[in-house]
Design a protein around this ligand. Structure first.
Ligand code: IPE
Length: 257
């Protein structure tokens, strides 16, 4: 089984609140189906999550009742995004089912500590592809928090031991600097913990679950002995080829053994 994350930057315009990239999502859905590979899918929130999560400081947990409007709106928005993605996947011919983390996950101090996977196993047994996504989740210490798609990827990787892990983003791989802002940025074809120190810590936009630096750290953690790929989900054919195990432009992340 291959674990795939469709990052928020390939399914939405991350800078503009609730802007869905339908054309790209439809293409990615077709590529997943064409690859004929068994998958499990996680998607990010992009501008359906990060903009309001930042405005209402949702990552910090409970501070006051005013945040509840933000929390419930983010929950509504990420479900709306998820339904649009489910629709694209189903229309492309994938039998899939939505697993909303707000209903089946718990965090403690910002860390995912419980994700009941019995239903996920049972859907897989029926030949149905589970699709989960970055969401608002209850937090034992903070009241609530934001659970990123990357945390869900780590949890699923531990449970299902996928043969490959693929992250789709809006750049070709992992770079020495943000390639959107810096022409001198170089792509790093193979990333391990030793190259992390060279990477930027800047944040490009309203991303409440961390900069690219934080994302790489979490990919290194989740890959453990395994290998993960970061590929450009905006370039036609890359996801399909990566799913099939063909050589494709991107960064290979070698997790700590
Ligand atoms: C963020 O999930 C979840 C919310 C803000 C509700 P991710 O961190 O996985 O989303 P992307 O991929 O960065 O958009």
């Amino acid at each position: 089984m291959i674990l795939v994350k469709l990052g928020g930057s390939v399914i939405t315009d991350k800078e503009q609140y609730r802007t869905f990239d339908q054309a790209n999502v439809k293409r990615l859905a077709k590529e997943i189906v064409r690859s004929k590979m068994p998958v499990m899918i996680v998607h990010g929130a992009g501008s359906f999550g990060h903009v309001l999560a930042k405005k209402y400081h949702l990552k910090d947990g409970y501070r006051n009742q005013n945040q509840m409007k933000g929390l419930t709106q983010v929950s509504l928005d990420v479900r709306d995004l998820n339904l649009r993605i489910m629709d694209a996947l189903q229309s492309a011919g994938l039998n899939c089912i939505s697993i909303p983390p707000s209903a089946c996950c718990l965090m403690d101090d910002g860390k995912l500590v419980d994700f009941d996977l019995e239903v996920v196993h049972r859907y897989l047994d029926l030949g149905i592809v589970p699709v989960t996504f970055g969401d608002v989740v209850l937090d034992l210490k903070k009241g609530f928090g934001i659970c990123s798609g990357d945390q869900l990827m780590a949890w699923l990787a531990d449970e299902f031991d996928p043969e490959r892990i693929i992250f789709c983003t809006d750049v070709d791989g992992i770079f020495t600097a943000d390639p959107h802002l810096n022409d001198d940025a170089n792509m790093i074809e193979q990333v391990d913990r030793s190259v992390l120190a060279r990477l930027p810590r800047s944040e490009r936009c309203a991303d409440v679950t961390g900069s690219i630096y934080g994302k790489i750290e979490s990919i290194l953690d989740l890959a453990k002995g395994r290998e993960a790929m970061v590929v450009n989900g905006r370039v036609r054919g890359r996801l399909e080829r990566a799913l099939k195990g063909e050589a494709v432009k991107g960064s290979r992340v070698i997790g700590d053994g």
